[in-house]
Design a protein around this ligand. Sequence first.
Ligand SMILES: Cc1ncc(COP(=O)(O)O)c(C=O)c1O
Length: 348
Amino acid sequence: MYDINNLLRQNIKNLTPYSSARDEFQGEASVFLDANENAFGSPLPAAYNRYPDPMQHAIKLRLKDIKGLPVRNIFVGNGSDEAIDILFRSFCNPGVDNVIIVPPTYGMYQVSANINDVETKKVLLTDEYQLNLEGIAEAINERTKLIFICSPNNPTGNSINREDIETLLANFNGLVVVDEAYINFSRQKSFIQELTEYANLVVMQTLSKAWGLAGLRVGMAFASEEIIEVMNRVKPPYNVNEASQQLALQALQNVQQVNDWIKETLIQRDKLVITLKTMDFVLDIYPSDANFVLVKTTNATGIYNYLVEKGIIVRNRTNVELCEGCLRITVGTPEENKTLLSTLQQYK
Ligand SMILES: Cc1ncc(COP(=O)(O)O)c(C=O)c1O
């Protein structure tokens, strides 16, 4: 049976987190001499001389409305990459525990595992880029703490079958991490609504993709109160800087703009696919639920190098297992897509 106490590292169970100046005093005051800041200001038009809110309350209140779940179930990080790393540091004993990843998938799960000296058990997706549930069941052992599922998946673009993820959630005693970085582009429902059903579910999302804020580094994890409480204890005290907090909050008021861009991106994606299909070096284009498409070609590296020469950068995934010959192409503006397509049309 799932029990967070069986998963947590002992040092994290025992951890007394750093208590920052801003943790110890919250409320109204006019003179702050508690954090060794520069009281005069910043050498900038705006003042950033004060430490930011360690718990990002304003952003979480806005996310509560947008995502429809209580603040106590929300973690905000320096990108969702930080959330991935914190899960490793909280739950995986280096050199002892393991996690399951399902390649081809987002590369940071492996990198974070390597940094934390945690073994990854790799269970390849099927030829349809879906979960191999039997393979996963065989790979799980008593030291398996986390399973990472990316849906829609990067780099393949497809969503993972919902029932398969639910099967894992219902049968695995560790945490199932569902990375929804691309969910805004998808026809699938988020797993956020399943949080009340499954105590071992962690949903990750980000402001880096549809929200257009990759440069600010703001990511989110949604999970049970007890998991979020652990993540908050393990994170660095001021993990999201003040400029990012202010700008993210401002951006979160502008849902309409983001929704318009999502619609436009999907229209552009379909157009891109139609024209790419006419090119004789394109062997296949995989169905995408994201803002990119995975394109199987006769010569990925040749096409990639040709595009680089022309100043166009796509992602060459040909060395990734199950993605041989594939380029991952992000959907751009109509002008960028036109440039890409007309350049590709001249490829010999
Ligand atoms: C599946 C997936 N998860 C997470 C991330 C990273 O998100 P963030 O910018 O919030 O760290 C990416 C970025 O490419 C991604 O593709």
